[in-house]
Design a protein. Structure first.
Length: 424
């Protein structure tokens, strides 16, 4: 291979494969840094949309970046200096293992275009060891060898939906290079738009670090959920208890809620389980997954109705995002419907569940119990002027709403984890 200096160009031709909530912002940031970027996705409608200036990511600073530095999009990669793979890795519902099919087909599409001197980067979250066992062997079917003919690095994304660009630019970035030179090249590339620290480590270490981060978050949310369940049994308020416990300099308990959602936290920890048979991680996930059912049980017991009709506020998996993947709200809705309860859902961030004030008032009128599932700012601002609570129940799963305001409108309030209130 030629010496690095002759190949490392300031402006590179880059194909970003997978144009979801990580791939598309990454492509735009690289374009802003002066690279020639091609966005690639198998979804033709998405590609057409992007080429026509449309995106479903609704974060303001991203939209501005997208307007100015939108990459051209296509369904197949072209020859490039760098290929960055950012495709989804869902959980296979049957095997409970990582579904690597999108990563595999992205790797095959890169294989067809791979040339000597190229750099291939994988950002998708994968089981530890997947680069070595799955991705590199596919790329090497080209006849080129990793380290000798092309460079490879695993560089996980770590950005937080609701603060995507800020985190992509300012977070610490991990580079797991196949070898020293691969790591060095990947670092040079990310340095073109990353202001945060860049840490180089081994490939499997980088894969494992990513899984550890989301597992840490998942088990800590599960612990908060468990504390909520315990507090209800003890007849104490978990929110007050957590607030006080968090005054300890080495304690930082997260918030209980209706369960975990999103594309990462409920799923990624299980990628660690598939190769290690951990018992701790599945138990944590199980506790959080029991929360939607627990919320409904509280609604039934405290409302005193066997089959209350419920209005769920929020379909998104967390506040101020428009993503419903693995959302606990929708799990709650499905369980309630199965029980034969009447269910309504409102969400200002999701087109399907958008509503007018009149629709909100009618929905409240027609239900026995309102359940706050998603902490969207809009729900806190809601005007209850025209609402007659008449003793209906509000279940606040996130201790998020202004309870005095709801009580003043005639609601009884039950906060999940507060065992002092209307005990179920
Ligand atoms: N949640 C709680 N209580 C809390 C915090 C969160 O119940 O105290 C719930 C949320 O409501 C949501 C779920 O957990 O349903 C997950 O939300 P999140 O905000 O914890 O995480 P994500 O999925 O939006 O983003 C995570 C982040 N990982 C970490 O914080 C370690 C992000 O940095 C990753 O880039 C992202 O996963 C990813 O793509 O892997």
């Amino acid at each position: 291979m030629q010496p690095a200096e002759t190949i490392l160009k300031v402006t590179m031709d880059i194909s970003v494969i997978g144009l979801g909530y990580i791939g598309l912002p990454t492509a735009c940031l690289l374009a802003r840094a002066g690279h020639r970027v091609m966005g690639v996705d198998v979804n033709e409608r998405l590609v057409d949309g992007i080429n026509n200036g449309a995106t479903s990511i609704d974060e303001q600073d991203f939209l501005e970046l997208f307007r100015q530095h939108r990459p051209a999009a296509a369904t197949k990669p072209a020859e490039s200096d760098v290929f960055i793979i950012c495709v989804p890795t869902p959980l296979d519902g049957t095997s409970k293992a990582c579904d690597m099919s999108a990563v595999r087909s992205a790797a095959y599409s890169v294989k067809g275009k791979l040339r000597t001197g190229n750099l291939v980067i994988l950002e998708s979250t994968v089981p530890a060891g997947a680069s070595k066992a799955t991705v590199i062997p596919i790329l090497e079917e080209s006849g080129l060898k990793a380290g000798r003919d092309f460079h490879y690095a695993y560089c996980p994304e770590r950005a937080f939906p609701e603060s995507l660009l800020n985190e992509m630019v300012n977070n610490c970035r991990i580079i797991g290079g196949f070898d020293e030179e691969s790591g060095r090249r990947a670092e040079t590339l990310y340095r073109s738009f990353v202001k945060g620290e860049i840490i180089r480590t081994g490939m499997t270490e980088a894969e494992t670090v990513k899984l550890m981060e989301n597992t840490y978050r998942a088990v800590n949310i599960a612990l908060a959920d468990e504390f909520a369940l315990i507090s209800e049994k003890l007849g104490i308020d978990v929110w007050e208890a957590i607030r006080i416990a968090n005054k300890h300099p080495r304690v930082g308990i997260l918030k209980p809620g209706p369960g975990i959602g999103g594309h990462c936290i409920p799923i990624d920890p299980l990628f660690l389980v598939e190769s290690t048979e951990s018992q701790f991680i599945p138990l944590a996930i199980e506790i959080s997954e029991s929360m939607p059912g627990h919320v409904l049980e509280q609604a039934r017991l405290v409302s005193g109705k066997d089959a209350p009709s419920i209005l769920i506020l929020g379909a998104a998996y967390k506040g101020n995002v428009n993503d419903i993947r693995e959302s606990p709200s929708l799990k709650m809705a499905a369980i309630a419907q199965q029980k034969g309860w009447r269910v309504g859902i409102l969400d200002p961030h999701i087109q399907k569940y958008a509503y007018s004030m009149e629709e909100f008032l009618n929905a409240v009128k027609g239900c026995d119990c309102v359940i706050l599932a998603t902490d969207h700012s809009e729900f806190r601002e809601i005007d209850l002027g025209g609402v007659q609570g008449n003793g209906k129940l509000l279940v606040d799963t996130r201790n998020f709403l202004d309870h005095k305001k709801w009580e003043a409108a005639g609601f009884r309030v039950k906060v999940i984890g507060n065992g002092r209130q209307g005990r179920g």
